[in-house]
Design a protein around this ligand. Structure first.
Ligand code: UD1
Length: 420
């Protein structure tokens, strides 16, 4: 199993290019199932999760060509299978995103039931209830969600009692081909939902209220392919900014924008970061100063993202003062703190709250990645720790960060990958 070996304490200063968004690329690839003519999706990141989604489309019989820049040409005219098998779903829960579009276009979808994962139970009840409200029949059979629709789905008024990104995306993709009007209330407003909605509109969908918590969709009879580039990855952007803040360094991230991570930039300013921005770049400069600990609480967009919580916890671990980190989205998403404490951090866990008192110096240690964002936090900790940190199980990090060690090396970090 690959590991990352990091020698900490080297100055961080440089510029890097941000990749396309994983969490936007995944639903947009699923949305290509709705198009009757070929679709061209650009700016996809080269990540295991994206490869898994492409494999899922391929195993359904979708025609795919991918160029060297990870732009995909996708043709669904050859589709012959309406099943997302267990082998693929078990490696990526976001496979559930093919359920809505497959059902809406073909009247049939069988998706292996995604189980829990390291960060919590992660149910899909809201996805299923919403599809039922649109007239689908759903059975759970031998570990599979088997959804059927007799003719087109029917528009419905759906209130989602929890803000769910995947649920909003699945129901939106189902509603664009349903007969009549669908209203999705308490919809997620994450930039990735907006990116998906913009892509669907470019395919011919009629969606009002994009970016708000109420989406009104008038179903159309067919959608066609278009050319669409996925947005920049706001979590990758934020991760590199936090890494520079923790290391008292400077980073300029390019091909990204400040509008997608305002709550994160506010916290970085509070931590003492000097931030400047342009149309497609953000720069953070700590001017050599130690970060100040910040308090934060995760919540749906536009509040502070759960996907940035672990990285800020790592920064707080070496900051001046004490910061409180409250996780409200996933029940088991503070697990990385035990590994950080093994590196000398002073973090106490009380329920869903981590109380992080900054220490002068972390010490390198062998640590184990437990999920995607937790592994990013361990890499950040390794970069600022004294001595060598070995991060094991980095397949988690490869799911969400393109060329992580190359990009960090460009900033001055001493980091390399070993196999075995
Ligand atoms: C997406 C992101 C993930 C991010 C999360 C929250 C992708 C591929 N992943 O995950 O990186 O951390 O949003 O911003 O985009 N819930 C239910 N019932 C449901 C669905 C969700 O109770 O049917 C709950 C979940 O358990 C969780 C909360 O809703 O507590 C939010 O989850 P959700 O927004 O659905 O997360 P994902 O879409 O899986």
């Amino acid at each position: 199993m690959d590991k990352l070996i990091i020698n900490g304490g080297h100055p961080i200063d440089g510029e890097i290019w941000i990749s396309g968004s994983k969490n936007s690329g995944l639903p947009i690839l699923a949305a290509t199932l709705l198009a009757e003519t070929p679709m061209h999706v650009g700016n996809l990141p080269h990540l295991n999760d994206i490869t898994t989604m492409l494999a899922l489309l391929r195993c359904m019989g979708v025609g795919l060509t991918i160029d060297e820049k990870m732009a995909a040409e996708i043709d669904t005219s050859s589709i012959k299978e309406f099943t997302a098998p267990y082998d693929l779903v078990k490696t990526m829960r976001a496979s559930i995103l093919v359920l809505g579009p497959m059902l809406a276009r073909f009247g049939e979808a069988n998706v292996s039931f995604p189980g829990g994962c390291a960060i919590g139970s992660r149910p899909v009840d809201i996805h299923l209830r919403g599809l039922e409200a649109m007239g689908a029949t759903i059975e759970i059979d031998e570990g599979y969600i088997r959804a059927r629709s007799d003719g087109r789905l029917k528009g419905a008024h759906i209130f989602m009692d929890t803000v769910t990104v995947g649920g909003t995306e699945n129901l939106l993709m189902a509603a664009v081909l349903a007969e009549g009007k669908t209203i999705l209330e308490n919809a997620a407003r994450e930039p990735e939902v907006v990116d998906l909605a913009n892509c669907l509109v470019a395919m011919g969908a009629d969606i009002k209220g994009i970016g708000s918590d109420t989406l009104t969709i008038h179903g159309v009879e067919r959608l066609s392919g278009c050319r669409y580039n996925v947005m920049a990855d706001r979590i990758e952007t934020g991760t590199f900014l936090v890494a520079a803040a923790a290391a008292r360094g400077r980073v300029k991230v390019k091909n990204t924008t400040e509008h997608i991570l305002e709550s994160v930039l506010l916290k970085l300013e509070e931590a003492g970061g000097h931030i400047s921005t342009g149309k497609d770049w953000i720069e953070l400069d700590m001017k050599g100063n130690r970060p100040k600990a910040v308090n934060l609480k995760t919540a749906p967009y536009p509040a502070f993202p759960t996907d940035m919580q672990a990285q800020f916890t790592a920064m707080n671990a070496v900051a001046e003062g004490t910061g409180t980190v409250i996780e409200t989205i996933f029940e088991n998403r503070l697990i990385q703190i035990h590994e950080l404490n093994r590196m000398g951090a002073d973090i106490k866990l009380e329920g869903n709250t981590a109380i992080v008192t900054g220490v002068d110096q972390l010490k390198g240690a062998p640590v184990m990645a437990s999920d995607l964002r937790a592994s990013a936090s361990l890499v950040i900790a390794g970069m600022v720790a004294e001595g060598e940190t070995i991060v094991d199980r980095i397949y988690h990090i490869d799911r969400g960060y393109e060329c992580i060690e190359e990009k960090l090396q460009l900033l001055g970090a001493r980091i390399r990958r070993t196999a075995g």
